[in-house]
Design a protein around this ligand. Structure first.
Ligand SMILES: [Zn+2]
Length: 366
């Protein structure tokens, strides 16, 4: 439903940009390709993980700054409510920071010390990424998890950043605005679910490379699912606990070979680029003007199509699960209703029956 519309809007957008930026002014093939490259650079940025162009209107510097602004706003809001931001010397902070440093080393950010790592003293089970590499954890989560599980959460949040999920969502909303066609609300939610699965996969890889148990996610989500079996909501932004656990198990099996307990894999910089989950595109790229521009545009289209197809699969899966849930678990609506008569007696009446009320009105029992 939305897949076709989204793709069409994006292709229209691409062509609008193409004609505005290059095609009109020159007929030379090389210039057209340069124009395409310019268009591609406006619409997309290179994915840190796969090396391919993905639809995204912001570059790394903008992502860093906007992520930092968001993080500072959240810090301000939390401190104004009386919650403390922990720092070096605090036991909880120090424990999380040691794990964070190991994960950061093997991540696509490397040892980037300018990134914000925030620990908020609040008893909730939550963590988040604001884009550009910045992440925050709540002490409620730190207290509940063992080191391997905590490593997985930190790695998951860093993966959201490496995969540019925050700016990707904003880009999608901008397209929605430009095309003046409101995308289905459930699209965003399902899209978020697909991003969650992607962040889990890359997060498990980071964990394994940093010397943390890649099966921690499998165990954690299995435990969470058993504690809260009723977690169904129509159009879910996160995978269901048991489902997430099985997806994590599948990834863990694929990356287990890179893991040695407590030891950072000495070849992490190689495996970060090429491993059993993906292999980063060859860096011998064509330059803009000699085929590189066209290649970038094709990569953007491929990226959009791939994402749209993943979202469609997830959307249909959730719809099917909802139907199954409705068929098997929803209470059946009774076809009779209990009605109190004027003399106080209770009588069972079939829905649809017309009855006269004491004041003379006639109504149909719903
Ligand atoms: Zn997430």
């Amino acid at each position: 439903m939305f897949k076709k519309d989204t793709c069409l809007n994006l292709i229209i957008l691409l062509f609008c940009f193409i004609f505005m930026n290059g095609c009109k002014t020159t007929e030379i093939l090389s210039d057209i390709d340069k124009g395409l490259g310019k268009v591609a650079n406006t619409l997309a940025s290179e994915d840190k993980v796969t090396g391919r162009m993905g639809l995204n209107f912001t570059n790394d510097n903008q992502k860093f700054k906007s992520g930092l602004n968001t993080m500072n706003r959240i810090i301000k809001s939390e401190t104004s409510k009386g919650f403390k931001i922990l720092s070096k010397g605090n036991k909880k902070y120090d424990r999380a920071k040691i794990i964070y440093d190991k994960i950061l080393t093997v991540s696509h950010y490397g040892l980037n010390t300018s990134l914000k790592f925030v620990v908020i003293d609040k008893k909730i089970f939550n963590a988040f990424a604001t884009g550009g590499g910045h992440i925050a954890l709540y002490t409620g989560l730190i207290d509940e998890l063992n080191d391997d599980e905590l490593a997985l959460v930190i790695a998951h949040e860093l993966a959201h950043n490496s995969l540019s999920h925050v700016s990707e969502q904003s880009t999608l909303r901008l397209i929605d605005l430009v095309s003046q066609q409101n995308l289905d609300r459930s699209y965003y939610t399902v899209f978020t679910n697909v991003n969650e699965q992607e962040a889990d996969r890359i997060g498990i890889l980071y964990s394994a490379l940093a010397g943390f148990d890649p099966y921690a996610g499998y165990n954690l989500w299995k435990k969470k699912a058993s504690l809260n079996p009723r977690q169904f909501a129509y159009y879910r932004s996160h995978p269901l606990g048991y489902e997430r656990s099985l997806q994590n198990l599948k990834t863990a099996k694929l990356v287990e070979k890179y893991y040695t307990k407590g030891i950072i894999n000495p070849s992490y910089s190689y495996y970060r680029e090429c491993n059993s989950l993906y292999c980063k595109k060859n860096t011998n790229k064509l330059t803009d003007g000699s085929g590189g521009g066209l290649l970038k545009v094709l990569e953007i289209i491929a990226d959009v199509t791939k994402k749209a197809s993943e979202v469609m699969i997830e959307y249909n899966k959730q719809k099917y699960q909802q139907q199954m849930y409705n068929n098997y678990y929803q209470p059946k609506i009774s076809n009779t209703v209990n009605v109190r008569l004027p003399d106080g007696r209770i009588m069972s009446v079939k829905r649809g029956t017309r009855v006269r009320l004491p004041d003379g009105r006639i109504i149909t029992v719903q």
